[in-house]
Design a protein around this ligand. Sequence first.
Ligand SMILES: *Cc1c(COP(=O)(O)O)cnc(C)c1O
Ligand code: SF4
Length: 463
Amino acid sequence: MLQANPDWKTTAHREFRNDEFWREIPAWKDVTREEFGDNWWQARASVCNLKQVKETLADRVSDELIADIEKGLSLAPMNIRITPYVFALIDWDNPEDDPLRMQFLPLASQMLDDHPFYLADSLSEDEDAPVNMLTHRYPDKVLFLPLTTCPVYCSYCTRSRIIGGSTDTVEKDTYGANIARWEPAFAYMRANPQIEDVVISGGDAFNLTAKQIRHIGETLLDIPHIRRIRYATKGVAIMPMKITHDEKWMDSLLAVHKKGHALGKQVVIHTHFSSPKEITQWTKDAMDRLFSENVLVRNQAVLQQGVNNSEAVMIQMARKLAFLNIQSYYVYIHDMVPGCEHLRTTVAEGVEIEKRLRGTTAGFNIPTFVCDAPGGGGKRHVASYEYYDKENGISVWRAPNVKPGELFLYFDPIHKLSAEAQKRWADESQRIEMVKAAVNRVNPDLGSDERKKLAQRLSIPLA
Ligand SMILES: *Cc1c(COP(=O)(O)O)cnc(C)c1O
Ligand code: SF4
């Protein structure tokens, strides 16, 4: 899917769509600009099940497509929830290839069997959780998950084990925001003075009320050793009108930001654009407001087959985001979670795209490509693997200061490997031999505890 050198030295990234694109959708042909710009309308009119997909599109799409979606939903680990903003940006004349449709609405005809070594909790977040709702993996930073609902649900969600409610295939303990239930996490952060940095994720901060945004922000800022907090939300990408329209919520966010500023502490937003198609004049209006209020926004994207695994798309996105004062921070190699094998890419693609991206705009607007090492190794630069068996799609990683002594494995999607390699993967004993060979290549003397841990994670013998 890598393309030839695209012509990126243009000013196309400065153009922002501003037409009434939603009027192409049968259900919204009479929706005014004012109504469309109301975040409460966006939430109310969001598309959350097959029936609503059908009602919204009416005769715009074929029965075959609807049947394909229906089957996709019966297999997917994620429910759907799509804001009208995103739904209307999908090219319904060619939904099969549309990067937004691919992210939010699975088609059974495009789905593939899971990799044999997929993991529901690919990043071992539960294992590294000292208290409920908090993952503490790195010494000075924590990941706080105050809720597990979002304004949209992504097919490729790394936390599909808890986010967005149970599906036909996955039973989940999804939880909404509840101030009373966060106290143990706050107490842990108060009691651990090495913690300086808090990622408030989930779930999505857009689903926190004004009061909850403020409660979390003020509680964390009141902890003397906490220096930096980030609210993680896909909202800027999928419902930008909340930033310009929901005054109560913005007042809260800005109050926390102001308090942080007065204390010499950073309060920033981390958002999640995966495609330049998500960026319109609505985004620009939202970003103009955040910038004028001095709120820094960074972006984290996930590398996905057919969505953004091309040089041209990534350059366009980085430059477009830069133009809006959004700093591209990370691009993640897709985690090894179930239900999205068709969206994963190889590590090699990540290395190649990052190489090509570097130098196309200011260095601080070029994202670092990382692989979040399955099993809890944490984020690793994509080219920093210890060993990479490209033929069989096996990469071996170390995390010397996060999990000393351990090895971590990432596996490329099998359908992207050669026919011979695919045959080897189909045979369980050959599969085990390939993994063993890769591990021994990096460390034949791997300690027995570390070996056992790895074997357990992959459910194969490794001795
Ligand atoms: C990603 C992550 C963080 C934040 O890491 P940065 O590299 O600082 O963005 C913190 N804790 C956990 C568990 C994470 O997965
Ligand atoms: S917004 Fe984030 S947490 Fe929510 S479904 Fe998407 S990837 Fe998962």
